[in-house]
Design a binder for this molecule. Structure first.
Ligand code: PAF
Length: 284
């Protein structure tokens, strides 16, 4: 695997490969890689010839009181994981390279729809940071196909919208959530859970499955379900950010006519804020 931190070095190499007809697949990450990430590389591999990963802990997507400083940085370990799965290139830029003028006066990219609700409500600047950095990475690395994990379902939809709105010639794929044995969605932030918190955190998945089943059985009392679920989560030591039953396309609250639904939850268990969701298809 070639590890390169300079855009002026990696870009001509990838452009030359594209000219030879090779398809570039990119997985942008913030490092601290786990099986959730490696599954995205495995998806991309089926759609491209050259597999590229990037590791950049993006300061622009962290709010002032969030965990930027504590975000786990494990580059050596990550390199070993990517080498083991035969990734071709790893791009590891510094903050100075990505934001030479600082994050405040750099040009930014903002997706206006989809970003105000759910995570956007408690993290109002987060998605602007995500769409800006991903656009920068796209411009440097010129991917033909990219894969984002659906644990951050809203991020996946926001980036699909960005690619569509800006006519970027890139195919965006979504990777299914990879889980620990107890059902907890894999996340770099899970390492901040104590073992008893980890056990309690597995309730998130169980509650999602329970309400998904209720909805499939015909219960459409979405407002009441939401309140009931929040109460249950509170009683199980979660500190809720949101529990929402949404239309999967625009993330607005679902109504009884919606056929494709996303139940999405964000909640703190101890220190980390955990995300999870489940898609419910009511069309059949
Ligand atoms: O999902 C992530 O790890 C990040 O938000 C991403 C897409 C790499 C942008 O920094």
């Amino acid at each position: 695997m070639k590890i390169i931190d300079s855009p002026i070095q990696i870009q001509p190499e990838l452009v030359a490969l594209k000219r030879q007809g090779k398809k570039i697949g990119l997985i942008p990450t913030m490092g601290n890689l786990h099986k959730g990430h490696t599954s995205l590389f495995e998806i991309a591999r089926k759609h491209c010839d050259i597999l590229v990963g990037s590791i950049f802990v993006n300061p622009m997507q962290f709010g002032a009181n969030e965990d930027l400083d504590k975000y786990p940085r494990t580059l050596q370990d990550d390199i070993e994981k990517l080498e083991a799965i035969n990734v071709d290139y790893l791009f590891t830029p510094t903050e100075k390279i990505i934001y030479p003028q600082g994050t405040q006066i750099n040009t930014s990219v903002e997706v206006n729809r989809l970003t105000k609700r759910l995570c956007g409500e408690s993290r109002p600047t987060h998605f602007k940071g995500v769409s800006t950095v991903v656009n920068i990475l796209f411009n440097i690395l010129q991917p033909d196909v990219v894969v984002f994990g659906k644990k951050d379902y809203q991020q996946y939809l926001v980036l699909c919208a960005m690619v569509k709105d800006l006519f970027l010639p890139i195919e965006v794929l979504g990777g299914e959530i990879v889980r620990e044995k107890n059902g907890l969605a894999m996340s770099s932030r899970n390492k901040f859970l104590t073992s008893s918190e980890k056990e309690k955190a597995s309730e998130l998945r169980k509650i999602l499955l329970f309400y998904a089943e209720k909805i499939k059985q015909g219960d459409r009392r979405y407002g009441a379900i939401r309140l009931e679920a929040i109460e249950t989560l509170n009683s199980k030591s979660f500190n809720i950010d949101y529990f929402e039953i949404c239309n999967i396309y625009d993330l607005e609250r679902a109504n009884i006519r919606d056929k494709k639904i996303l139940i999405a939850v964000a909640a703190w268990m101890g220190k980390p804020r955990l995300l999870d969701n489940i898609e419910v298809n009511l069309s059949s």
